[in-house]
Design a protein around this ligand. Structure first.
Ligand code: OAD
Length: 253
């Protein structure tokens, strides 16, 4: 059921019609309607016996590089079948509508880029990208390697294992992207937190940094999160439904 335009607070509609600097933080919930399971969803099939937090760590990779590499191959195959959904495309439309728009994503699936985000505005990938790979030892991006018969390929330079270029638990985020995200949050007039449980730092602090610098914070999520009680507006529902309806409410059909 698509939310009617009148369901949005008039003050929010008025603010979006006049403000200039919008920052959006997205999480796995934005890709859920494309068929990509979120992190808090139970995993399916063979992988249901594993906890992502037991697989997405440097320690897990050192213990069993083939298992972790195969888990990412399974996720890449699943994501390769996913297409951007109405929520992704609505964010591309928002990018076009605001003079200053920055999209910060925790997602590693490239669905924002596939929809067209990042063409006319900044797109910051806080947690890396599952389609990029790097040497576990040198940390340098790798685009080709020799197949060795093992599942996890080897770096052609140093012989170390190849790993996905995504941030694992117990790892720090890429400093350049994190600094840009902090600066964007501080300058934003409206900060959207969409499809994220707000449980993982430092991304979960970004809406609070924005709020401390005077931004209006809007949460879009079907469920309650720790941010729900602090956000200026909570739009309870699916991103793929709420975002297109919000665009219609602010700028007309
Ligand atoms: P989670 O799986 O923790 O949370 C997904 C959120 O999206 C939940 O609050 C859901 O209620 C919500 N949701 C589900 N379907 C939705 C929809 N159609 N529209 C809007 N919201 C929806 O995923 P993240 O918050 O992204 O970190 O997780 C943050 C980080 O934790 C991930 O980036 C990953 C994980 O560990 C790394 O990989 C480093």
């Amino acid at each position: 059921m698509k939310p009617a335009a009148c369901e949005f607070p008039l003050a929010l509609i008025g603010l979006l019609q006049t403000c200039e600097f919008i920052v959006v933080l997205t999480g796995a919930g934005v890709s859920a309607e494309s068929g990509v399971p979120t992190f808090r969803d139970a995993q399916t099939g063979f992988w249901s016996q594993f906890d992502p937090q037991e697989l997405a760590t440097p320690q897990a990779f050192q213990r069993n590089p083939d298992l972790v590499w195969n888990w990412y191959e399974w996720r890449r195959e699943l994501i390769s079948r996913a297409k951007p959904n109405a929520g992704h495309y609505a964010l591309v439309e928002m990018e076009r509508r605001f003079p200053d728009f920055i999209l910060i994503t925790q997602n590693v699936d490239s669905l924002h880029q596939q929809a067209g985000s990042g063409k006319s505005a900044e797109l910051i990938e806080l947690h890396g990208n599952i389609w990029r790979n790097k040497c576990f030892i040198e940390n340098a991006i790798l685009t080709k390697w020799d197949e060795t018969g093992e599942a996890a390929p080897r770096c052609p330079r140093c012989g170390g294992f190849v790993r996905p270029d995504v941030v694992w638990f117990n790892e720090s985020l890429p400093q350049v992207e994190l600094t840009r995200a902090w600066q964007a949050a501080q300058k934003s007039q409206v900060f959207f937190s969409i499809g994220t449980s707000g449980l993982v730092q430092p991304a979960a602090s970004l809406p609070y940094i924005a709020q401390q610098h005077g931004a209006v914070v809007v949460e879009i999520n079907p469920d309650t999160t720790p941010l729900s009680r602090d956000a200026s507006y909570v739009l309870r529902g699916f991103a793929g439904k709420i975002l297109p309806a919000l665009i219609e409410a602010v700028w007309g059909a």
